[in-house]
Structure formats: structure tokens, C-alpha cells
Design a protein around this ligand. Structure first.
Ligand SMILES: [Zn+2]
Length: 80
């Protein structure tokens, strides 16, 4: 069980978990918080449950990459 709860060094999408951090005071709930580094180099505190359930996979750059890709695809489809 303790191994399950230790996310250090694990990868979730683009996140690599660096270390456990105390819960930020402005956050509610009992989740564990982790300092994670995205592949793009950004570091951020991420709620453990989001990582484990795959609901956080990057700092946001993954989504903007996808949006950019779909824009490019649309432009190609229009023949521009
Ligand atoms: Zn990123």
C-alpha cells in the first residue's frame, strides 16, 4: 500500500514525479500533493489523485499541442 502511494519517480503522461510536497494551504481535501516536472520543463504541484487517475497528463502543453495540430490539419483540409 505504501508503495502504491509513493509516486516518486513515476511517469504520468508528460509528468515525472519528483517528490512529495505538503498540501498547499489554499487547497482543500486530503489528497497527497506531488511536485512533478513536465517534459517541457515546467514544474508544478499536482494532486495525487489526478495523476493516478490519468486526469492530469501535462502542465497544459499537451492540450495546446493538440489544439495546434488540429488547427494545422484544418488548414490543410481547406487547402490553404
Ligand atoms: Zn508541459
Amino acid at each position: 500500500m505504501s508503495r502504491l502511494n509513493d509516486l516518486t519517480g513515476q511517469r504520468f503522461g508528460r509528468w515525472t514525479v519528483l517528490e512529495r510536497r505538503p498540501k498547499p494551504p489554499y487547497m482543500t481535501g486530503t489528497d497527497a500533493w506531488w511536485l512533478a516536472r513536465c517534459e517541457c520543463g515546467k514544474e508544478r504541484l499536482v494532486r495525487g489523485t489526478l495523476l493516478v487517475h490519468g486526469r492530469s497528463q501535462s502542465c497544459g502543453c499537451l492540450r495546446s499541442d493538440r489544439i495546434r495540430e488540429s488547427f494545422q490539419k484544418k488548414r490543410l483540409e481547406r487547402g490553404a
